[in-house]
Each structure stands twice: as structure tokens, then as C-alpha cells.
Ligand binder design. Structure first.
Ligand code: HEC
Length: 153
């Protein structure tokens, strides 16, 4: 009995792992992450400004209960390009390794939150949509607490 239960559990975990993988693409190495984005002539800061525009659109859509505006804002964040120079070049050499780890970690967190936002947009549960948008802004805020003031000027 325990054996059956155990294999059912294992199967569910496996299925969950496989389906999670389909939901959003994650990266294990930083070069793979950067290479997966379209090249651009933008600076890292300009990409952040695009994030801010996307985030404002998401908030506007939330307040107006307009899913189209939310989706437009989400695309501005999800489909962001790679900056013209490697993103970690904005940091001093001793900070670069740590910033790379944060880029990988928050890329996953943001895509996860986006996936949850997309799923909740299929419903009319605006409290749940709001909650998932909050998950997104948590990533912005916590990365900023560590890194926003660190770039070399
Ligand atoms: C991986 C860490 C990280 C994440 C995640 C992140 N940011 Fe940033 N953000 C930064 C850093 C570093 C700067 C400072 C860039 C600079 O000064 O060159 C910054 C700066 C900014 C700025 C200020 C730009 C300026 O004019 O100085 C805005 C606005 C911004 N981010 C928006 C966002 C939004 C919105 C999100 C979430 C959707 C987000 N960021 C997620 C690291 C991050």
C-alpha cells in the first residue's frame, strides 16, 4: 500500500516537474539566458524603464479590470531584449558574480509570476489577479533592494 502511494506521489511530482517546465522556460546558465534574448542597442537602464512602463500598464489594467492592457504590459516585461553590453558590466568586477546569480534567479521568478498572472486572467477573480501581480512586483522590489544602487556610475 505504502509502495503504491509512494509511486503515485512520485508520478505526480514527475508530471508536475514536466508540466512546470512547459509553463515557462528557465535557464541554468547566465550566457544561455542572455543569448536567448533578442539583441538590442538599449542599456540595462533603458530596459528597466521598459519594465516600468510594462508594470504601470499592468497596474492600470488591474484598476480598470481590462485584461488587454494587462497582457500588453506583461509582454513588455516578458519579451524584453538583451542590453547592448552584458548586463553584469554595469557592476564592479567584485559584484558581477552575485549579480549574475540574481539575474538568473529573478528571471525565473518573473516568468513564474507572469505565468500565474496569465492563468488567473482566464478567470474573473480580480483578487487572485492582484495577488499574482503582487508576486511580480515582489521580484522587482527585492532585486532593487540589493542591486539598484550598486551600478558603477
Ligand atoms: C535582477 C535584478 C532586477 C530586477 C528583477 C528588476 N530590476 Fe529594475 N533595476 C535593477 C538595477 C541594477 C537597476 C539600476 C540600473 C542602473 O542604474 O543602471 C534598476 C533600475 C530600475 C529602474 C530605474 C531606472 C532609472 O531611470 O534609473 C526602474 C524604473 C526599474 N528598475 C524597474 C523595474 C521593474 C518594474 C521591475 C520588475 C518588473 C524590475 N525593475 C526588476 C535591477 C533589477
Amino acid at each position: 500500500m505504502t509502495k503504491i502511494l509512494l509511486s503515485v506521489c512520485l508520478c505526480s511530482v514527475l508530471i508536475l516537474a514536466i508540466s512546470t517546465d512547459d509553463q515557462y522556460h528557465t535557464h541554468d546558465d547566465i550566457d544561455g539566458l542572455v543569448d536567448s534574448k533578442t539583441k538590442s542597442n538599449m542599456t540595462y537602464r533603458e530596459i528597466m524603464l521598459q519594465f516600468a512602463d510594462g508594470y504601470c500598464a499592468i497596474q492600470e489594467g488591474l484598476i480598470y479590470q481590462d485584461k488587454t492592457i494587462i497582457k500588453t504590459g506583461a509582454l513588455m516585461i516578458q519579451d524584453h531584449p538583451a542590453p547592448k553590453s552584458k548586463p553584469w558590466n554595469i557592476m564592479k568586477p567584485s559584484d558581477q558574480e552575485g549579480f549574475k546569480q540574481s539575474l538568473l534567479y529573478y528571471d525565473e521568478q518573473i516568468h513564474k509570476a507572469m505565468y500565474k498572472i496569465e492563468q488567473s486572467l482566464k478567470t474573473d477573480d480580480w483578487l487572485e489577479i492582484n495577488q499574482n501581480i503582487h508576486e511580480l512586483s515582489k521580484s522587482c522590489v527585492s532585486c532593487h533592494m540589493t542591486w539598484q544602487n550598486k551600478p558603477i556610475k
